[in-house]
Design a protein around this ligand. Sequence first.
Ligand SMILES: NC(=O)c1ccc[n+]([C@@H]2O[C@H](COP(=O)([O-])OP(=O)(O)OC[C@H]3O[C@@H](n4cnc5c(N)ncnc54)[C@H](O)[C@@H]3O)[C@@H](O)[C@H]2O)c1
Length: 333
Amino acid sequence: MLKVAVIGLGNIGNTHAPVYQADPLANFVAVCDIIKEKADKAAERYGVRAYYSVEDLLKNEELDAVSVCSAGVENGGDHYEPIMQCLEAGLNVLGEKPISNDIVKARAMVKKAEEKGVYFGTNLNHRFVPPAAKAKQWITEGKLGHLLLMNMTMWIGNPNETSPWFHMRALHPHSFDIMRFMCGDIKRVHAFMNHAPGRICWSNAQINVEFTNGVVGHLTGSYDTNPSHNLERCEVMGTEGRLVLDNLYEELTFYPRRSNELTVIRNSIMGGLSGFGATFTNRIHRWLEQIHAEVPPEELEASAREGLAVQEVIEAAIRSHESGKAEEVPLMV
Ligand SMILES: NC(=O)c1ccc[n+]([C@@H]2O[C@H](COP(=O)([O-])OP(=O)(O)OC[C@H]3O[C@@H](n4cnc5c(N)ncnc54)[C@H](O)[C@@H]3O)[C@@H](O)[C@H]2O)c1
């Protein structure tokens, strides 16, 4: 069993915590929040010890891994400090997305984790659902043939405003992660954005992307819709057929090019995923499983390196919106 703690006990820390509590691979021992009441309330709820600074947590607990669920500007402005403290102490860290809203800090964290030889993951939870794994398997096995096109949509309603780039930096780590998960690295982007009346942030985006393998794709993103209608949709087309993964995990369909017979996999009411929360359960279990199995760090799924890769795409999209031109995504070194 791995001894774990959760840092940052807002809504999302309180989503990670019960998952650790229920997972047989975890021994959940402590919570930490700089707001005493939040730490105390969580400690009481989960029956674990409370700390009010990361320094104290690290001094008093012998941990194997932590989840860092701080937030801040653009939902990522506070991650750097607690994550660096934990990495410096040699702990395995699962950070929330975005890895950071500051690309320089994101790069520094990934570098630090690699120097320390620890596991550093990002909670890119949307890909941790069985239909996404099946879609990826179809792609890898060549069921779609030679890949050509991909379309992605992710839209939710978020009226918060922390900066002009809040929508891009806070939401689209998930979208670009699914796009990269299916089709690989992205090398070029061309972005167009607008904002809903009265909004400060660029709350709607249409972004063309070119993948390193030649696939051309598109992302539609919005903070101005109702996610209960549809949260996301992913479509990949190749020379032999097309797949559509609708609404994260609700339905996966394969449309073969040379036949009219479709393959449809629906989320079953008998044992299928019960809701969005299951993406956290699956992601965190895989995180624990991979640490437990001591996989080579470069094999960690949804690693912080991948969390950084999506942030590099987002920054290139922001540059493109400002320049009006297609922009290169820097190669990861
Ligand atoms: N993966 C997902 O599906 C998903 C969904 C929503 C939000 N998120 C992400 O989860 C993160 C947290 O979101 P939230 O809504 O819970 O935020 P929140 O603001 O409600 O909670 C953050 C908590 O972290 C604490 N904190 C900040 N710095 C700290 C530090 N140095 N040490 C200890 N505690 C510290 C704050 O006091 C606060 O209680 C964000 O990065 C957000 O983008 C992820």
